[in-house]
Ligand binder design. Structure first.
Ligand code: BGC
Length: 343
């Protein structure tokens, strides 16, 4: 006999889900409905040595119970390929483990090829390696559920300008379509998936199983202050202002307009504010919450950057959520953390 607390918990969960549901993205009727996701595993030693993995099987369940419905798995596969482009079998085994366990936990999974910097250094080598990657990964998951999605390349930029990227994406998509004719494929514009480049993105008109992605870290001076890999390393003390918040709405309106005009669903694949640059947590929370709410108001799925490593939502040492950062994109997080697991 279920206890009263359990019944109340279940009712509360249903209520929360109803309050937070978002409209189906235009053109995405036949695509898996992603809503709230998180980037995972990009910088985990698990890829080099499974025994050293920080991410454990239980984390898939924690993510699901924490209010997320999908993970975007950041794959740096190039360094696991041999000279002829074969991906190491051990690396592929890891990937199988991730896809299986995420799926088992009730999460959709985006397999995001994340060698964006290598791709900007040498376009010819990038084309060869990405072709090799999708020639192996696409057939491997041809029978995977529809909740497994492929993302051709994270943040094309530099010499991967619009014309170069538009030409390359058609060829990569064709490689995927040989074995996965209807799987949802995630594709974004050049300049690090900048929304302002959406009008330069050329997609095959008759392929409706595409989810268009963009990343949003504006104002960059706020989100990346203190970040060593940018030119904001020495910047500090930049606040998040009301004017910034209004700008997010205006920027997302442009994305929504493009989505309507092109009849494509949208994924905001990365957003967040750096955690080690001294930015006050309450400001990072305000920012993260604002971006997630503005995205949801326009029917965009979103994925927070990121679970572990930096910008963290989960603290591996404390073995728990970084509560304010969990609650920023998932307003009901506090309740979900306290609820008994209901499946
Ligand atoms: C990169 C990360 C970086 C993040 C925010 C991602 O696309 O892979 O290395 O931390 O963007 O700048």
């Amino acid at each position: 006999m279920p206890s009263l607390t359990r019944i109340l918990s279940a009712l509360m969960l249903l209520f929360v889900a109803a309050c937070t549901s978002v409209p189906a993205p235009a053109g995405g009727q036949s695509q898996p409905q992603l809503r709230r996701g998180i980037n995972v595993l990009g910088y985990d030693p698990i890829w080099e040595d499974p025994a050293k993995g920080r991410f454990q099987e239980k984390h898939f369940g924690e993510i699901r119970r924490g209010g997320f419905d999908f993970v975007r798995v950041n794959l740096h596969a190039f360094k696991h390929m041999d000279a002829s482009g074969h991906i190491s079998p051990a690396w592929l085994d890891r990937l199988d483990w991730i896809v299986e366990n995420a799926t088992e936990a009730g999460l959709s999974v985006i397999l995001d090829e994340h060698d964006f910097n290598a791709c900007a250094e040498d376009v010819a080598a990038c084309r060869t390696k990405l072709t090799a990657f999708w020639s192996q990964v696409a057939p491997r998951y041809r029978n995977a559920p529809r909740s497994v999605l492929f993302e051709l390349l994270n943040e094309p930029h530099g010499p991967l300008d619009a014309p170069t990227w538009n030409a390359m994406l058609v060829d990569l998509l064709a490689v995927v379509r040989e074995t996965n004719p209807t799987r949802t494929v995630v594709i974004g514009p050049t300049r690090w998936n900048n929304f302002a480049e959406l009008p330069t993105l050329r997609l095959p008109e008759d392929d409706r199983n595409i989810l268009v992605t963009f990343h949003y870290y504006d104002p960059f001076k706020f989100t990346h202050q203190g970040a060593s890999w940018t030119d904001m390393e020495d910047v500090s003390g930049i606040p998040f202002t009301d004017a910034d918040r209004a700008q997010i709405g205006r920027d997302f309106d442009k994305v929504a307009e493009w989505a309507r005009a092109n009849n494509r669903p949208i994924l905001l694949g990365e957003f967040g504010a750096y955690d080690k640059g001294g930015t006050p947590t309450d400001m990072r929370v305000a920012y993260t919450n604002a971006v997630a709410r503005e995205a949801e108001a326009r029917g965009f799925a979103w994925a927070y950057w990121q679970f572990d490593s930096d910008f963290i939502a989960w603290d591996m040492e404390k073995d728990g959520w970084v509560e304010p950062i969990h609650e920023a994109p998932i307003p009901e997080a506090r309740y979900l953390r306290g609820a008994s697991p209901i499946r």
